[in-house]
Design a protein around this ligand. Structure first.
Ligand SMILES: [Mn+2]
Length: 475
């Protein structure tokens, strides 16, 4: 099942009992964000939220926590609602191999129904804005897809980028935007600024659910997010041509903003409560001017609560970070079995691998740090044996406790790159990185006295099933 717009996905969520309508009147602050924050605290089964009765807003439809549980994430991928996390990651990895799936260009995009141009652009009239964390410096668009092209190669479809970057609303036609240097839009912007130009961008809000997944996915620079969306959806991504920039944008979006990142201009942006569980502080960031707005009649405003994990963003960018790292590592090291990069967007990563020879696991850990995602994340890598499941944290803790001798198993690499939002980096953007090798040494690394592993008995699997059926019969 592939969804062509947000509305059709919300209908499915509602049909599955995974969308909760809050019909009582609520205040825009703090109720909207607090409810979405709370959704992350009620654990498995948390629904998406819908609000249309908000004090002071006469015409608002707001949805939050759309991807905010494993149940909703499964439905976004068209999987049965109860699919386990492990099965979701494995299916994600299987569909990755279908890349690329060419998109389908469609006419009559619903967002073409209404437009505002130039002086008439007023974001406050279209978007029901509210703050997320009580220390935020303003209103944020934090679940948008930002589309830009390589100024030196504007006709290359693969180099056209679709990414989610945080956007602060600073005026009726003005945004602040944070382009993390490791991300593709920062490369586009650098090329434009070196030529003394602005960088045109299109920003789409309220997207079909797989666009939100690929827009936060660490793919190679010239891989198209639309072609990856097609692979993950199992159907071509419907796209349409944005009227001002001519860029390819999702056909089914609720709102399309077009304009430019103004070249060589920076202003204070922030603070903003971030995925690290810390505020970013106010920093000099780029300035966006919006020249055209296109929107569906009665647009739905989608937002995402972000702050102390876990929140919606951790579900949204969990599997989509694990799978690229797994695939990029396996391309060179087929011994890699599984990658868990679900903690704080992969600032910490757990990797299981077979070993070719002594020292091999440490080499795999170093390679993880130099993948596209690793350059800005992957600060700590825990390497475990091939029979340890990195998603099974008790097993990982066993490996850390029984396999590690700090004398030879800690590799501390000084002064590598990390995104500036890492609160422990010093200066911001620079950090040491650590490999904890919790694998069993293999020849010629003969450290330790590991003797013969005490594995589950051969008959244990059979007895597990037997006990489970006896328990079921007794209940
Ligand atoms: Mn890209």
């Amino acid at each position: 099942m592939a969804y062509d717009d947000l509305r059709s996905f919300l209908r499915t969520l509602e049909g599955e009992g995974q969308l909760l309508r809050v019909t009582e009147e609520v205040a825009p602050e703090p109720d909207l964000a607090a409810a979405a924050n709370a959704a992350g605290r009620i654990g498995e089964g948390a629904p998406a939220l819908w609000f249309d009765n908000v004090t002071g807003f006469t015409d608002a439809r707001i949805t939050m926590n759309v991807h905010g549980s494993w149940r909703n994430h499964a439905l976004a991928l068209g999987l049965p609602v109860g699919t386990s996390v492990k099965d979701q990651v494995e299916e994600f990895a299987r569909r990755w191999d279908d890349f690329p799936v060419a998109p389908e260009r469609r006419p009559d995009a619903p967002w073409a129904q209404n437009t505002l141009d130039g002086e008439d652009v007023d974001l406050f009239k279209i978007l029901p804005l509210f703050r997320l964390n009580d220390g935020d410096g303003g209103f944020y668009l934090d679940k948008a897809a930002v589309v830009s092209r390589d100024p030196e190669d504007p006709d290359d479809f693969g180099k056209q980028n679709v990414g989610t970057y945080r956007l602060e609303v600073k005026g009726r036609n003005k945004l602040g935007m944070q382009p993390v240097p490791m991300h593709d839009v920062a490369l586009h912007l650098r090329k434009a600024e070196e030529k003394g130009e602005d960088l045109p961008i299109a920003i789409t809000l309220g997207n079909e659910p797989v666009i939100s997944v690929v827009a936060g996915m660490p793919m190679a620079y010239d891989q198209s997010e639309y072609e990856m969306a097609g692979a993950l959806r199992g159907a071509p991504e419907p796209i349409a041509t944005a009227p001002l920039t001519g860029f390819d944008v999702p056909w089914g979006s609720e709102v399309v903003l077009e304009g430019v990142i103004e070249g060589r201009k920076r202003e204070i942006e922030g603070p903003f409560g971030e995925f690290t569980g810390h505020y970013s502080g106010g920093r000099n960031m780029t300035v966006v001017r919006i020249d055209k707005v296109s929107y569906r009649t009665n647009p739905v405003f989608e937002s995402l609560y972000i702050g102390m994990p876990w929140t919606e963003v951790d579900y949204l960018i969990g599997p989509n970070t694990c799978v690229p790292l797994l695939k990029q590592l396996r391309a060179e090291y087929p011994e890699v079995q599984a990658v868990n990069a679900m903690y704080t967007h992969g600032l910490l990563v757990i990797i299981s691998t077979k070993k070719r020879y002594g020292g091999f696991a440490k080499a795999v850990g170093m390679r993880a740090m130099t993948t596209p995602h690793g350059l800005g994340y992957v600060k700590t890598v825990i390497m475990v044996d091939e029979d340890v499941d990195p998603f099974n944290l008790p097993q990982v803790m066993w490996a850390l406790s029984a396999k590690v001798n700090p004398a030879g198993d800690l590799v501390n690499i000084p002064n590598l790159s990390v995104l500036e939002l890492d609160p422990a980096s010093e200066p911001a953007g620079i950090t040491n990185k650590l490999i904890i090798d919790a694998t069993t040494p293999v020849d010629p690394d003969r450290r330790g006295n590991f003797s013969t592993p005490a594995k589950d008995l051969p008959e244990t699997k059979e007895w597990t099933a037997r006990l489970q059926s006896m328990l079921a019969a007794a209940r």
